[in-house]
Design a protein around this ligand. Sequence first.
Ligand code: ZN
Length: 286
Amino acid sequence: MLHGLIVAAHGKRYDVELADGSIVSCVTRGKKSELACGDRVEIKRTDTADGVVENFLPRTSLLYRSNEYRKKLLAANVTQILIVLAARPSYYPELLDRCLVAAGAEDIRPLIVLNKADLPESAEALARLRLYEQLGYPVLALCAKRDIAPLLPWLQGHTSVLVGQSGMGKSTLVNALLPAAQARTREISSALDSGKHTTTAARLYHLNGDSHLIDSPGLQEFGLAHLTPDQIEHAFVEFRPYLGKCRFNNCRHLNEPDCALHNAVAAGLIAESRLLCYHKLIQHPV
Ligand code: ZN
C-alpha cells in the first residue's frame, strides 16, 4: 500500500501524488467516489501510472457545497479559503455570504480577495466590503495581473483553496503564483491522459514545502443543503452574542416577537443586510 495526496480530481478519476513526486492516476473501488483534492489516501498500483484508491485518511476539514440531491466536494484538509471577488464583472454578494457560511461551518479561515483593484469601480466594492472587515474577515485588495506580492504572506504555512465566480480573475491569480507548476501540470495531464475528457474539479499546487494552493473551477452557486439552520445562524459571527436570548427557544429570527437579533438590528448593532441574508439562506439553502 502506498500513501499519497490527491492533487487533481477529474470526475471519478484522481491524480495521486506519491512521496517521490510521481503521479498515479487512480480510480476508486465500486461506487465510492466521495474524495476531494487535498485528501490523503492509500493506493495500490495496478500499473506504473495507474492505481486504485483503497482508503482515505481522516480529514481536518472538508469544504463542500450541496443541493437536495448531491454533494459537491471542493477541497479537503484546507486551512484557508480565498474568496476571489472583483468589481467588474460585478460579483454576486450572496455567493460571498454562502462561502463564508460554508467556511465557518468547517472552521476554515476566510480571506476575501478583491482582485482587479486598479478598476475605478473597486473603491465602491471595497466600501461595501468594509462591513466584512468590521466582522473580522480580512479583506485584501490587489491587482493579480500586476503584482501578486501582497498575497504571498497570507499563503505561507497554509493549504488554501481558491474559490470565486468565473470572471473574477482567479486563473490570472493562479498563473501569477505558479507559472512553472502549471506548465508541469499540463505535461503530467497529457502524459497520463487524465483530465482530457472530463472537467477537472480541482487541482492542488505546491507553493513551497508547507504552503499549498487548491484551485477550484468557477462557481455560480453555492448550495448549503448540508447545513442545519443552527449551523447557519452560528456561521454569522456577529449573531453569536445574541443567540439563545430571544423570547422563544426555537426562534428562527423571522417574525417572532421579542427576537434578540431583530432588536440588535433595530439598535444598529447588526447590519440589516446580514439578517436578511440569513433569512434567505435558511429559507432557500440551495
Ligand atoms: Zn430570534
